[in-house]
Each structure stands twice: as structure tokens, then as C-alpha cells.
Design a protein around this ligand. Structure first.
Ligand SMILES: *Cc1c(COP(=O)(O)O)cnc(C)c1O
Length: 221
């Protein structure tokens, strides 16, 4: 795993992009390093990977500042839910936040962007499968929420993010996310994980978030 997994995932991204008539360079691979230690992450950085994803602010704060001093060109993505009381830390630490999903959070992020003069890329998370237990704005409210973020809070939105239901064909969900993005003129699509990133690339993903296919099974999984 680690650097072999990375090479394999990159090959599969190239194949999926080619099959879709897309340039593989239009797909950013985010290596999801949550739960993995620095010793697991360093070989992947050494193999050339620069974008990494974490799902918890606290964990990322412990792991990444040291690595970033060594590799200043690393890019860190928050892909997990963000509590409003962690907004300041998240804006300070992350280069992209993929989980904007409610008005209060949008307001807090806007305030911190202003206060810190830092501009992380922002993705709005859509609960594409309308699952009760999942974070994300309802697909029917997405257009309104995108407009609120842009016009109400002056946020620049890079795109949309989703996690499709676990046991269903993800393709219709990826396609729906792409449609919602298109009608608001958004070009970024953060979708696709270890089990389904080729399908996400076929549907237009610009950011795939891949963990276990690179790092191996997470402890407890
Ligand atoms: C953990 C996680 C991933 C990566 O999952 P894998 O199946 O290990 O690739 C992607 N996106 C989010 C939001 C995650 O929490």
C-alpha cells in the first residue's frame, strides 16, 4: 500500500479519464489520510502526492503542521463535517473545505475568511441520496443554498461535493450532482471514493477523495 496504492489509483484515474474523453489533469486526486499516521503518509508525499484529505479538524491539527513545514506545497482538504465552533481553526488550517452545508456555517466561514484574510476553496455538500443520517443540503434546496452562499455571504463557491448511498449504484447520484452544479454555473465536482472513483470521473468529477485504495484498510474497518 502507500506508494504502490498511489501508483495504481493514478493509473486507474488515467484510464477512467481516457475512457470519458477527458484529460486526467482535470481530476485532482485527494489522498484521504484520516486515521493514518505520519509514517504512513510520508512515503505517499515522497512519491509525489500533494493533495490530502482529513475528516476531523482536531486530528489534522496534530498531523499536518509539521509535514507542511517540510513540504510547503502540500494542499490540505477538509472532507468531513465542520462544527461551527471549529470554523476559525478550519479556515486557518485547510486549503479547501468540502462540507459547507448550512446557512449558519456559511455565515461563520464568510466571517473567518474576512477576519483571517485566507481563502480556502469551498465546496457545498449535497445529501444526494436524501439520507436521514447524512450531512449535506437537500438536493431540492441546493440551488437556493448556493445562491445564499454567493449573494448572501459573498462566498466564492468552487463546486459541489457528495457521498452517495453506500449500497446503491452511485452513477445516477453523480449525474444528479453534476446537473445541480451545471445549472448554477459551478465547475467543481468533489465526488468518488475508493469504490467508485472511475464512475465519478465518467460523470465529471474534478476532485476524487480516495483513502483505502491508497493507504489500505483503516483500523476498525
Ligand atoms: C473516508 C472518506 C473518503 C475516502 O474513503 P475510501 O473509501 O477509503 O476511499 C472519502 N470521502 C469522505 C467524505 C470520507 O469521509
Amino acid at each position: 500500500m502507500g506508494h504502490d496504492g498511489l501508483a495504481r489509483v493514478k493509473r486507474e484515474i488515467e484510464e477512467a479519464a481516457r475512457a470519458a474523453g477527458r484529460d486526467a489533469a482535470s481530476v485532482t486526486l485527494i489522498a484521504v489520510s484520516k486515521t493514518f499516521a505520519e509514517a504512513d503518509i510520508v512515503p505517499v508525499i515522497a512519491a509525489g502526492q500533494r493533495h490530502f484529505g482529513e475528516n476531523r479538524v482536531q486530528e489534522a491539527k496534530g498531523k499536518w503542521p509539521g509535514l507542511r513545514r517540510q513540504w510547503p506545497d502540500l494542499r490540505l482538504h477538509l472532507i468531513g463535517p465542520l462544527q461551527t465552533n471549529k470554523t476559525a481553526e478550519a479556515v486557518a488550517l485547510f486549503d479547501a473545505i468540502h462540507s459547507i452545508d448550512r446557512p449558519k456555517l456559511a455565515a461563520m466561514v464568510a466571517r473567518e475568511i474576512e477576519a483571517q484574510n485566507r481563502r480556502p476553496q469551498l465546496f457545498i455538500q449535497v445529501n444526494i441520496g436524501r439520507e436521514a443520517q447524512k450531512a449535506g443540503v437537500d438536493p431540492d434546496s441546493a440551488d437556493g443554498f448556493i445562491a445564499l452562499c454567493r449573494e448572501g455571504h459573498g462566498l466564492t463557491i468552487a463546486g459541489l461535493m457528495c457521498i452517495p448511498p453506500a449500497d446503491a449504484d452511485p452513477r445516477p447520484h453523480f449525474e444528479e450532482l453534476a446537473r445541480i452544479a451545471r445549472r448554477s454555473g459551478l465547475t467543481g465536482l468533489s465526488m468518488g471514493m475508493s469504490g467508485d472513483f472511475p464512475a465519478a470521473i465518467a460523470a465529471g468529477a474534478t476532485h476524487v477523495r480516495v483513502g483505502s485504495a491508497i493507504f489500505g484498510a483503516r483500523p476498525g474497518h
